[in-house]
Design a protein around this ligand. Structure first.
Ligand code: PLP
Length: 293
């Protein structure tokens, strides 16, 4: 039996045959892809991921209501108490009595779950009300709620790139991975400007053909360093070069501004931003959204 070699594990979807090495003849021969070969292909990739130390094993936990930030960890049939400081529920809003009461009331009134996607069974009325409130919070025309911050950045930025032919997206070098992924998926041209560097942004805007649409994508509070974007300075440049502005306020909403609208509200700049992406406070118990106006 010649040794089996599976090719193209990084592009397994492209495999439609298995190439085997005939040791005696020293040549490769092909045969039809068999059902068992799928498992072999998948296991090859998994082995590689393990070898590279990239195989993820997620902690199995259940948060304890009334005992924040403690959770019960489940390991090999045993349980232990662990402290979770890395959750997004920074302010323990997930255990606030008003929040819990509102969730109980909603379940009593409408049952559990949404019953389906918006496309199929309609938008849940609570979400319609939530979107109206979020749009109002940021002084925008409308808002759209997504399932996570990652998805809201990814979906909005990739869509923008698709509906603005010839667009150039100018992205701060410290932007979150979800913004980078959205920009990549949109397949428009991209330029990275130095972190919070207005001079570099100005230089790069000046190099772009004025006939092309431009989007400046940045965050308000940067998650790793905690520093804050010069929002008015960026908006001044956007005005001068007719660029659209997109801000990620994930770490600003609920914390800054008289109504918790984020740094853009605190700085009186919300009306200068075209699209604001955020979360419902850093006690992130609900979903993520983008608001545009
Ligand atoms: C700046 C920023 N944007 C977006 C996200 C993605 O949010 P989520 O965790 O809801 O997917 C994060 C995650 O923490 C973030 O720090």
């Amino acid at each position: 039996m010649p040794g089996l070699i599976v090719f193209g594990v990084r592009n397994a979807h492209k495999l439609n045959w298995v190439s085997t090495l005939d040791h005696e003849a020293g040549t490769r021969v092909s045969r039809n892809f068999k059902h068992a070969d799928y498992a072999a292909a998948i296991n090859t990739v998994l082995d590689q991921v393990r070898k590279e130390g990239r195989y993820r094993e997620f902690a199995d936990i259940k948060r304890q209501c009334g005992n924040y930030p403690t959770a019960t960890r489940y390991t090999d049939g045993e349980t232990s108490a662990v402290t979770v400081w890395c959750s997004n529920d920074y302010l323990c809003m997930g255990q606030h009595p008003d929040v819990i009461a509102a969730m109980h009331a909603a379940i009593d009134e409408a049952g559990a779950g949404s019953g389906g996607t918006r496309n199929i069974s309609g938008t849940t009325h609570y979400h319609v009300e939530l979107e109206a409130e979020l749009a109002d919070l940021h002084g925008k025309q409308s808002a759209l709620v997504f399932t996570s911050g990652y998805i809201s950045n990814q979906a909005t930025l990739s869509t923008l790139a698709k509906i603005l032919p010839g667009v150039v997206i100018l992205s701060d070098e410290m932007n979150h991975a979800s913004m980078i992924e959205g920009i990549r998926q949109g397949r428009g041209d991209k330029r990275i400007f130095r972190h919070n560097d207005l001079a570099d942004l100005e230089r790069q805007l000046g190099e772009i053909d004025p006939s092309r649409p431009k989007v400046i994508a940045f965050e308000s509070v940067y998650s790793m360093d905690g520093d804050i974007a010069p929002i008015h300075g960026i908006c001044d440049l956007a005005d001068r070069f007719d660029a659209m502005t997109y801000i990620d306020e994930v770490h600003g909403v609920g914390i800054y501004g008289p109504r918790g609208g984020g740094i853009s509200e605190r700085d009186g700049a919300a009306d200068r931003i075209d699209i604001i992406e955020g979360t419902l406070a850093d006690g992130r118990i609900y979903r993520r959204y983008s608001a545009a106006g």
